[in-house]
Ligand binder design. Structure first.
Ligand SMILES: Cc1ncc(COP(=O)(O)O)c(C=O)c1O
Length: 407
């Protein structure tokens, strides 16, 4: 990366920040030469989260194929691979292409592959070493793959549940699909897949439905494996596990994987930055005293543009810059020149518009036009995709890396 660094999907003048990524290392984000708003990632939190998740997987004999759609940052994904990731998960073939271009060879496509052109690309990409795993939940999906004759693809029967998302709805349908796969010469069925994250949310954090679903997933695997419907030449795979319930996955599915000498592959994506909202509320490591909790790594830094009323400040950050789909940003710090202080607990972002945040404060609180406010975010995926570059910073704000994203 050389000239023309852009710090968001909007045009931010490159010369405001000095042009090249290398030129930014060692500078401080509060040195007065950076535009506002910015989103930064704290290096210490990322390192901590990488180490913690890697330890969790080691303790539970699970593999990790982190979901790449969270960051789509080749630099972060290569750190996940360096920490032992089994492969990388993607949501579509465009993401798979990007990752293959960056040298990721083992990719889990956590959806059914139905597009003819995409299947043709996958088949061709065998020559670049692509080993693809994809979900399948219908006969039509199997036939499309069979027609494409993509021999480098292994399929996983996706198990769903009424009220959930994709995936077959019951055990008989799962078995029937595995039998169909078994009968097709160019299709190799290696296991089952599911996503329990569909059954939990910030509004309903009751894990009962998650655990019931995971029991159904485990039972489906036992039945399909017991019937000899998995490719005997390959290690069987069971995959599930976002960032909200990977403890339930290892607890319920782990023993079944072990009994069948199958790989249990988790697909958590958000764990790498965690957050200050949804995942702070749901993270399994808040429930597991055996490991330290994950730490929020993403912070948005905005400036006070206006103080039109005693209890209102308007910040120069909005829906274009930070996630808002799973909760509004959370005020953490205020900063005037080099003086940084924690904000009063009562401060709230009450509303986001395209380019404004409404910050409710108390009339007696000190906050002036031009002051900086640092905000935690809720749901990393929908913040990452708004930025072409995210600055990775030490705790004092010194830039240690520039993380390009490739959405
Ligand atoms: C199928 C699938 N697997 C894994 C994940 C990763 O979960 P999380 O975003 O909680 O890390 C997602 C997220 O949406 C998903 O849809």
């Amino acid at each position: 990366m050389t000239a023309s660094l852009r710090f968001s999907t909007k045009a931010a003048p490159a010369d405001l920040v000095g042009g090249s990524a290398d030129g930014l290392i060692g500078r401080n984000i509060f040195d007065g030469s950076f535009p506002s708003p910015l989103v930064v990632a704290r290096a210490t939190a990322i390192e901590h989260n990488l180490a913690t998740m890697s330890e969790f997987c080691r303790m539970h004999e699970a593999q990790l194929a982190p979901h790449g759609k969270t960051t789509m940052s080749p630099a972060l994904l290569s750190r996940q691979i360096a920490r032992g990731a089994w492969g990388v998960t993607v949501a579509n073939v465009v993401q798979a292409r990007t990752l293959l271009h960056h040298g990721v060879r083992r990719i889990m496509l956590a959806n059914q592959l139905v597009n003819e052109a995409a299947i043709a690309w996958v088949s061709e990409a065998a020559t670049h070493g692509l080993e693809l795993y994809c979900f399948v939940d219908s006969r039509e999906g199997l036939l499309l793959l069979d027609r494409g004759d993509a021999r480098n693809v292994s399929v996983l029967v996706e198990i769903g549940r009424a009220g959930g998302r994709s995936g077959v709805r019951d055990l008989d349908a799962a078995v029937a699909l595995a039998e169909e796969a078994d009968a097709l010469p160019s299709v190799r069925c290696v296991g089952i897949a599911g996503y329990e994250g569909v059954f939990i949310s910030a509004r309903n954090s009751d894990r009962q439905a998650v655990r019931e679903y995971l029991r159904q997933l485990a039972a489906s695997f036992e039945r399909i494996a017991g019937l000899g419907l998995l490719d005997a030449a390959r290690t069987p795979i069971i995959t599930a596990g976002g960032s909200a319930c990977f403890d339930d996955v290892v607890d319920i599915v782990g023993p079944v994987a072990k009994a069948h000498e199958a790989e249990l592959v988790l697909r958590s994506g958000c764990y790498i930055t965690h957050d200050s909202g949804l995942y702070e509320q749901l993270s399994p490591l808040s429930r597991h005293p055996c490991l330290p909790p994950l730490r929020p790594a993403l912070e948005a830094i905005a400036q006070v543009m206006s103080r039109p009323e005693p209890d209102l400040a308007l910040l120069d950050i909005g829906k274009r810059d930070v996630s808002f789909d799973e909760g509004l940003p959370v005020p953490l710090w205020r900063q005037r020149r080099s003086r940084r202080t924690a904000v009063p607990a009562s401060w709230r972002v009450t509303k986001l518009m395209d380019q404004h945040a409404f910050l409710g404060i108390s009339p007696t609180d000190e906050l002036a036009v031009g002051d900086f406010v640092t905000l935690g975010i809720s749901h990393p995926c929908t913040t990452f995709d708004k930025w072409t570059h995210i600055l990775e910073v030490a705790d004092d704000g010194t830039i240690v890396a520039v993380l390009a994203t490739e959405f």
